[in-house]
Design a protein around this ligand. Structure first.
Ligand SMILES: *Cc1c(COP(=O)(O)O)cnc(C)c1O
Length: 485
C-alpha cells in the first residue's frame, strides 16, 4: 500500500485546505498584523515527539489555527508595511500548486523540457515588458532565469565576474587582488556574496555616495578603481542599486557602468524591489543605463504578486554563468546538452536541483495580465505620494528622505532637537507595531532614525494607508505630548 494519499482522498482534503486559505485571506484584515509571542511559546505548544500513527487533516488545521497563525507575522495583511512586502497572491499560489503537482526537477533541459522552456519564454517576455535591452533575451544572445533570491543572483553574478576577470580562477581560486565595489546603502547580500566566494571582506570596497545623496558617486568610484589598479589590484564587479533597501535611493547606473567598464569590471544592477516598476513606462527611466550592465536582477516575490521565491536574473551573455559554474559528472551527460541546442539551468545557479518556479509567475501574469500588474504598482506609488503629502503638511512629522516609488521614510518632529526626534520616532514605531493594527520597520538614513512605510502588500488600498496614518498621528500626539514642555 502506498504511503501517499489516494487521489480521491486528496481531492476531498485539498478542498478543505483551499477553504482554509480562502477563509484566512478573507478574514486577514480583522486579525492583528503581528502578536507579541514570547520566544519558545510555539515550541512549548507542540508535542516534542513526532506522531507514531496517522492523524486526520483537521487536527493539523486546528493546530495551525491555535498555534501557527497567532505566532505568525501576517505578511499578506493589507496593513503590513514593513521591510519590503513579499506578495503571495492567490494567483501565484495556484501556479505553485501546479508546480508541486508535477514535482519535476528542472536541473537539465532533458530532465523536464517544459520546466526550462516555460521559464525561458517568461523571462524573455518580461525582459521586453520591462524595456530591457534585447541583448538580455535568449534571442539576443543573453538570457534570464529564476533564482531563489536576489542574494543568489548577486552571488552567481560575482562568480561569473570572477571567471571573466581571470579564467584561471576556476583552477586556482581567488588571488587576493579582486575588488568589488558597493556603497554603504548596497544590500548586505553583496557583502555575503564576497564572503561566500572566499574573497574576504578586504575585497569589498565601499564607495562614497554623492554629497547630500545616498546614491553612488561615479567620481568616487573612478577614484577608488584608479587607486586599486595603481596598487596592482583588480576591479572585478561593481554593483549599482536601483532602489536601495533602506530608502529606495537609485545609483546613477549609466555613469557608474561607464566608469566600471574602464577597468573591465562586471556591472551588476540590483533592482530587487524597484526593478519591476519598469513595467510602467512612466517609471522606466529608473532603468536608464541598464543596457550597459552585464547582469540585472529584480524580484517577482516582493512587489510583483508572486509568492517567494522568484528572483529574476538576466545576463547579457548566455554563456557567462555556465562558463563559471558548469561541472558535468558522467551521470548527467545527455545528447540534448551535448547538442548545444538547449539551456541547462543547473549551470546558472549554485544548487543542482531546481523547482518549476516559472509556473507561479506564469499563473500571475496569466491571471492579471500586464495591465493588472501595472495597476497594482501604480496604485501603491500613488498611495505613497499621498502619504508623503500628508507628512509634509503635518508639523508632527517630516520626511526622512524623498519618497521613492512606494517607499516613504518619515520621522516624528518634537521641536526638541534631533536626538529627541529619533527617540520619539522609535517610540512611535514600537507603539504602532504593539497595537497590531499595522506593521512597520525602520532604518537609519544620514545618521537619523526613520520609520520606513513600504506600501506594497497584495491587498493594500487607500483605506489601509488611511488607517496607518491615523494610528501614526495618534501615537505621535501621545509621544510628543510627553516630551515637549
Ligand atoms: C530585498 C533586497 C535584496 C535581497 O532579496 P532576497 O531575494 O531576499 O535575497 C537585495 N537587494 C535589494 C536592493 C533588496 O531590497
Amino acid at each position: 500500500m502506498s504511503a501517499d494519499l489516494d487521489p480521491e482522498e486528496f481531492r476531498r482534503l485539498g478542498h478543505a485546505v483551499v477553504d482554509w486559505i480562502a477563509d484566512h485571506r478573507a478574514g486577514l484584515e480583522k486579525l492583528p498584523v503581528q502578536t507579541g509571542v514570547e520566544p519558545g511559546w510555539v515550541r512549548a505548544q507542540l508535542p516534542a515527539a513526532l506522531p507514531e500513527d496517522p492523524a486526520p487533516l483537521q487536527d493539523l488545521l486546528d493546530t495551525v489555527d491555535r498555534v501557527v497563525v497567532p505566532a505568525s507575522t501576517l505578511w499578506q495583511h493589507p496593513r503590513f508595511f514593513g521591510y519590503f512586502p513579499a506578495n503571495a497572491s492567490l494567483h501565484s499560489l495556484l501556479g505553485d500548486v501546479l508546480s508541486g503537482a508535477l514535482g519535476a526537477q528542472g536541473m537539465l533541459w532533458s530532465t523536464s523540457p517544459a520546466t526550462t522552456e516555460v521559464e525561458q519564454v517568461l523571462l524573455d517576455g518580461f525582459a521586453a515588458a520591462l524595456g530591457l535591452d534585447p541583448a538580455f533575451t535568449f534571442a539576443g544572445g543573453g538570457g534570464g532565469c529564476i533564482q531563489d533570491s536576489a542574494s543568489s543572483a548577486a552571488l552567481v553574478a560575482l562568480l561569473a565576474a570572477l571567471h571573466r576577470a581571470s579564467p584561471g580562477w576556476r583552477e586556482t581560486g581567488a588571488t587576493g587582488a579582486e575588488r568589488v565595489y558597493v556603497t554603504s546603502e548596497t544590500h548586505s547580500s553583496l557583502a555575503k556574496a564576497v564572503r561566500v566566494a572566499g574573497l574576504g571582506a578586504r575585497a569589498l570596497r565601499v564607495v562614497d555616495t554623492a554629497p547630500g545623496s545616498l546614491a553612488m558617486s561615479p567620481d568616487a568610484l573612478a577614484a577608488a578603481q584608479r587607486d586599486d589598479v595603481a596598487a596592482g589590484l583588480r576591479p572585478v564587479l561593481v554593483c549599482a542599486t536601483v532602489g536601495t533597501t533602506g530608502t529606495g535611493a537609485v545609483d546613477p547606473v549609466r555613469a557608474v557602468a561607464g566608469v566600471a567598464r574602464e577597468h573591465g569590471a562586471w556591472v551588476h544592477v540590483d533592482a530587487a524591489w524597484a526593478g519591476v516598476a519598469a513595467l510602467c513606462p512612466e517609471f522606466r527611466h529608473l532603468l536608464d543605463g541598464v543596457e550597459l550592465a552585464d547582469s540585472f536582477a529584480t524580484n517577482a516575490h516582493k512587489w510583483l504578486l508572486t509568492a517567494f521565491d522568484a528572483g529574476l536574473l538576466w545576463v547579457r551573455h548566455a554563456d557567462a554563468l555556465p562558463a563559471a559554474l558548469s561541472i558535468t559528472p558522467e551521470y548527467l551527460r545527455n545528447a540534448a546538452s551535448e547538442s548545444g541546442a538547449v539551456v541547462d539551468y543547473r549551470d546558472w545557479q549554485v544548487p543542482l536541483g531546481r523547482r518549476f518556479r516559472a509556473l507561479k509567475l506564469w499563473a500571475v501574469v496569466h491571471g492579471t495580465g500586464l495591465s493588472g500588474l501595472r495597476s497594482h504598482l501604480r496604485e501603491h506609488v500613488a498611495l505613497a505620494a499621498d502619504l508623503a503629502d500628508r507628512v509634509r503638511a503635518d508639523p508632527l512629522f517630516e520626511l526622512g528622505a524623498e519618497p521613492s516609488l512606494a517607499l516613504v521614510c518619515l520621522r516624528v518632529v518634537t521641536g526638541a532637537g534631533p536626538e529627541a526626534d529619533d527617540a520619539a520616532t522609535r517610540e512611535v514605531l514600537t507603539r504602532v507595531n504593539a497595537s497590531g493594527e499595522a506593521f512597520l520597520t525602520h532604518t537609519v538614513a544620514g545618521g537619523r532614525y526613520v520609520i520606513r512605510v513600504a506600501i506594497g502588500s497584495v491587498s493594500t488600498g487607500p483605506e489601509h494607508v488611511d488607517q496607518l496614518w491615523q494610528r501614526l498621528r495618534s501615537e505621535a500626539v501621545a509621544v510628543v505630548g510627553q516630551v515637549s514642555p
